[in-house]
Design a protein around this ligand. Structure first.
Ligand code: SF4
Length: 123
């Protein structure tokens, strides 16, 4: 994982309680490894194959979480729209655990300031 102190912004995860899962409602790919899938299946107390059938898709030769179209938004399939929580938060994939400290945002983080209330520019 990249060192958050190297990035030009900070992140306060306390804001996650209030924002209603903005980062889980953007649409796009949440790439997962076999280890991620196993951890999530165990957390959900599901058989691995049943979990994969329900939540995983193959894209560009990799594996990704499926999306669900809800009221015009593409949600991660593991985002609960009623509680606005991740169903596998304790076992979420690395891509989710390392958000928002992704290389793509290192030099281009304006979009984060608009949609994530936990992100702030460094003084
Ligand atoms: S796995 Fe959880 S944290 Fe990651 S995008 Fe899906 S709902 Fe959000």
């Amino acid at each position: 994982m990249s060192d958050p102190s190297d990035f030009p912004f900070t992140f306060n995860s306390a804001a996650c309680q209030e924002c209603g899962g903005a980062c889980c409602r953007w649409g796009g790919y949440v790439w997962v490894t076999e280890e991620d899938i196993l951890a999530m299946a165990v957390w959900m107390k599901m058989d691995l194959e049943a979990f994969a059938d329900e939540y995983i898709r193959a894209s560009y030769g990799r594996m990704s979480l499926q999306e669900r179209l809800r009221e015009g938004e593409y949600h991660c399939c593991l985002f609960d729209p009623y509680t606005k929580r991740c169903l596998v938060y304790q076992a979420r994939p690395e891509q989710c655990r390392t958000f928002p400290f992704w290389e793509k945002y290192r030099g281009n983080y304006r979009v984060l300031l608009e949609i994530c209330p936990g992100v702030a520019e460094k003084e």
